[in-house]
Write a protein that binds this ligand. Structure first.
Ligand code: DHB
Ligand code: FE
Length: 281
């Protein structure tokens, strides 16, 4: 039987990919950011996970105004790093797990979550930066990845409650997969940030830490936060945090926190990171 062993939340700020690719992780500006991932890098080495269900959003790299899937699952064999304007990042291709991905797609669709099935798509910083933060710069990524792309770019985006429920259904899908697999689920994006307009640069440390607190333990209060609160309190791009609720929902009724990191600034944002295990504290 496959099982979800842990959940990871992390920002996916593109500047961190640039810093890693250009050897700047030890610079004064970046050191405190990358330092907060050292614990996780060591822990990930011990975990030897087989597959990551990596919840992220595409930033107009694979999708554009022509097609806007609300929830899309990558069922292909490989996914290439996207060209985001400066050529693709020189990181390894991402290897998929088509058998698990098709099983999850079937399970979710039969549970009435109408997933879009994607066989070919390039993956942008939303997916590759978290891999860099957790695994550094290997020749080949040490895990397979099932990409799960969420529309958080074009209104209307899915409600937090729907994201949490999708996570719960993903949990059931994974435990009904017959092969023994250690699976993690990652939720990426956030934390508070607004990249354009009069409120560009908005960061709300208090709210971000309330959100991190809310992921731990047995409360499901976060699933009921309305879009307008994300917008008002965390800026226009803070809505990316609904993707962390898919990760949280998949972990079941209770979680305990293994590691937590929060730092300001990182580009125009607050960077946040948490590692959770299902179960009692
Ligand atoms: C930036 C872009 C993102 O997609 C994000 O999640 C955070 C920051 C940026 O351009 O700085
Ligand atoms: Fe983003």
């Amino acid at each position: 039987m496959a099982r979800i062993t842990a959940g990871v939340g992390t920002s996916h700020v593109p500047l961190l990919g640039v810093a890693a690719d250009s050897g700047k992780t030890g610079d004064d500006y970046f050191q405190p950011i990358f330092q907060g991932y050292e614990w996780t890098k060591d822990w990930e080495k011990e975990q030897c996970s087989d597959v990551i269900i990596l919840v992220y959003n595409d930033h107009a790299s694979a999708f554009d105004m022509n097609i806007i899937p609300t929830f899309a699952i990558g069922c292909g064999e490989f996914f290439k790093p996207a060209d985001e304007g400066w050529g693709p990042r020189k990181v390894p291709d991402v290897e998929g797990h088509p058998d698990l991905a098709w099983h999850i797609a079937q399970s979710l669709i039969l549970e009435e979550f109408d997933m879009t099935i994607i066989n070919e798509m390039d993956v942008d910083h939303g997916l590759t930066v978290p891999l860099t933060m957790m695994y550094g710069a290997p020749q080949k990524w040490p895990v397979k990845v099932v990409p799960l792309a969420v529309n958080v770019v074009i209104y209307p985006v899915p409600a937090g409650n729907r994201c949490w429920a999708l996570g719960e259904a993903i949990g059931r899908a994974v435990t009904s997969f017959p092969e023994d697999l250690n699976v993690q689920i990652w939720g990426t994006g956030g934390m508070s940030h607004q990249l354009q307009g009069p409120r560009a640069g908005l960061i709300n440390q208090e709210w971000d830490n309330m959100f991190l607190d809310g992921l731990i333990g047995d409360s499901d209060a976060l699933r009921h936060i309305p879009h307008i609160e994300y917008l008002r309190e965390t800026g226009s791009e803070g809505i990316e945090m609904v993707m962390w609720l898919i990760m949280r929902g998949a972990l079941g009724p209770k979680t305990r926190c293994l590691h937590r990191h929060y730092h300001v600034p990182c580009s125009n944002t607050a960077i946040g990171h948490i590692v959770l295990e299902p179960g009692d504290s």
